[in-house]
Design a protein around this ligand. Structure first.
Ligand SMILES: CC(C)(COP(=O)(O)OP(=O)(O)OC[C@H]1O[C@@H](n2cnc3c(N)ncnc32)[C@H](O)[C@@H]1OP(=O)(O)O)[C@@H](O)C(=O)NCCC(=O)NCCS
Length: 181
């Protein structure tokens, strides 16, 4: 793997973290890292979240990695975070193909250590290098930490969609975040 495809840093707990491009071989570890309860839900591999592991794996293994980004953060060779950057509308609409939609998820024990922020930084560089002009993310209004992390990376709030997500009997508003590159 080229040097520019890997980022190493020391997390807030002193552990060495490796952020790197991921692929088909990482599917199982990514799936177990992003599997979580609905209130904590993130948009990693968004439309496939919650479906069967086999279908997520199939999707990862068929991704075009020139147009889509998949990153993992590993501590001691174990995946502790994943970021997906999916080209808008699957790249099928020329009008929106300049947009990369970001989903980010860190396992509970590794949150608040700077890993999400570093992964986001990595994805911004990658998007620029691959010719994208805009990043977008959808974040629940209740997810203050995530809003803070994306804002600090230069995303701005573009609007709020009300009752956008239903979880059981609860409806959650969602903030549209965007960063023009
Ligand atoms: C949101 C998430 C990706 C952030 O990654 P992370 O590695 O935990 O974030 P970092 O450690 O890089 O940064 C955390 C920042 O949030 C701040 N923060 C923590 N809790 C907060 C809160 N309740 N409100 C506001 N800011 C908060 C921290 O102070 C820190 O900011 P600082 O560095 O300016 O002090 C991660 O917590 C996560 O996976 N959450 C669950 C899934 C999710 O929400 N995904 C995002 C939607 S796509």
């Amino acid at each position: 793997m080229a040097e520019e495809d890997v980022l190493k840093f020391i997390a807030g707990n002193g552990e060495k973290i490796v952020i790197r491009l991921a692929g088909c071989d990482d599917s199982e570890e990514i799936i177990s890292a992003i599997k979580t309860n609905a209130p904590d839900r993130s948009y990693v591999l968004m439309e496939l979240y919650g479906t069967k592991p086999e279908s997520v794996k199939k999707y990862i293994c068929s991704m075009d990695f020139n147009k889509n980004l998949l990153l993992v953060a590993a501590a001691n060779n174990t995946v502790v975070g994943a970021l997906s950057g999916i080209q808008m509308d699957g790249g099928k609409r020329p009008e929106t193909s300049h947009i990369l939609n970001i989903g980010l998820h860190i396992v509970t024990a590794y949150r608040g250590l700077g890993i999400g922020s570093q992964m986001l930084r990595f994805s911004i560089d990658w998007a620029r290098k691959h010719g994208f002009k805009k990043l977008e993310a959808n974040i629940f209004t209740t997810n203050k930490r995530s809003l803070h992390v994306f804002e600090r990376a230069g995303f701005i709030e573009e609007g709020t969609r009300q009752k956008r997500i239903r979880i059981g009997k609860q409806y959650i508003d969602e903030v549209l975040m965007g960063k023009v590159l």
